[in-house]
Design a protein around this ligand. Structure first.
Ligand code: PMV
Length: 324
């Protein structure tokens, strides 16, 4: 058993299938090379201390027995809940200090909360010498996300744990796929998406127009299945076309926004083969399939349209130990 450990997990980008994945349609998600690092240290007292400076929580303390109970400030919720779930599962009560250090802004929608649950769950299992499979870690992380947020398919937790690129079906399948080196551009709208609100908005639309929404979901499923093959062995051009098809369907679900559309148009002007929103919609990031030589033009167009390019690599490694 260690005195302290640091674990890290990657952020993610949804490639295809958002929203429909909540209702059992597959999605494709990739891990990005920006990581959430979580350092854990045992304490001699019975306190839980959380240090998360980047999200405005330099020092937060409570009794470990109270973790996950009552009111918790927003930036501490996932951490506290995961510690509470882990401690309950393994009958622990030791004091603990948790420090988070994130390589990406929580505004991008790269899945900071999912990454924190993955890195923290893994770090705790290392700290206390408890063996956990990836599936155990996933169940712990997903239960935590649902406990805090109430909604979500768990795709982001899977990406943070497994890394790489994943074909994901909620409750059924987490399958790693081998992707070609397609070039993706990522543009940030400057607007933070409210994922739970957008998921509820789609749920409401589905309640009002079940047949129309079922039709959209089944077309999204077709796009995802085709995209899987194209990611593995197709061209950037075909990938772009599929992004456009997926985006049309997301528009029909009402989750796009003017800013997203502006950035997608900017990508088109810059010579991208196709682009779509990535994640819940309403803001966050867009992704585009691009050729190497259009990179600079696309950057210029996105900036001109009021967005920002985010430089990320994808298919990054999943959760791992950084140091002991
Ligand atoms: O907003 P993000 O990046 O967390 O993505 C949400 C994706 C949804 O399909 C809308 C919800 C989910 O949990 O699958």
């Amino acid at each position: 058993m260690a005195e302290r450990v640091t674990a890290s997990a990657p952020g993610k980008l949804m490639l295809f299938g958002e929203h429909a994945v909540v209702y059992g349609v597959p999605c494709l998600v990739t891990a990005v090379d920006r990581r959430m690092k979580v350092s854990l240290e045992r304490r001699r007292d019975k306190k839980l201390v959380i240090k998360a400076k980047q999200v405005g929580l330099p020092y937060y303390v409570r009794n470990i027995k109270e973790a996950g109970k009552g009111e918790t400030p927003k930036p501490a919720r996932f951490t506290e809940k995961l510690v509470a779930n882990f401690y309950e599962q393994y009958g622990l009560s030791n004091g603990l200090e948790v420090t988070t250090d994130c390589q990406f802004s929580d505004k991008y929608g790269f899945g900071a909360s999912a990454a924190v649950t993955a890195a923290l769950g893994y770090g705790l299992s290392q700290l206390y010498g408890i063996k956990q499979t990836k599936e155990d870690l996933f169940n712990l992380g997903y239960r935590t996300v649902i406990g805090v947020q109430g909604v979500g398919s768990g795709f982001d937790v899977a990406a943070a744990i497994w890394g790489g690129t994943i074909y994901y079906i909620k409750g059924k399948k987490i399958e790693s796929i081998k992707c070609k080196d397609h070039l993706l551009a990522v543009g940030y709208t400057g607007v933070k998406a409210d994922t739970p609100a957008l998921v509820r908005q789609v749920a409401e639309l589905r309640r009002q127009e079940p047949l129309r929404v079922a039709g959209i979901f089944s077309q999204i499923k077709e796009v995802v299945e085709e995209a899987r093959v194209v990611l593995e062995k197709g061209t950037g051009r075909s990938l772009g076309r599929l992004m456009e098809r997926n985006q049309r369907l997301l528009r029909e679900l009402g989750v796009s926004s003017q800013k997203i559309e502006d950035l997608i148009e900017a990508c088109g002007r810059g010579g991208a083969w196709g682009a779509k929103l990535s994640g819940a919609g309403g803001g966050d990031c867009i992704i585009a399939s691009v050729a190497e030589e259009s990179g600079d033009r696309i950057r210029g167009e996105i900036t001109q349209a009021g967005g920002g390019m985010v430089k990320v690599g994808y298919q990054a490694e999943g959760v791992r130990l950084e140091s002991e």
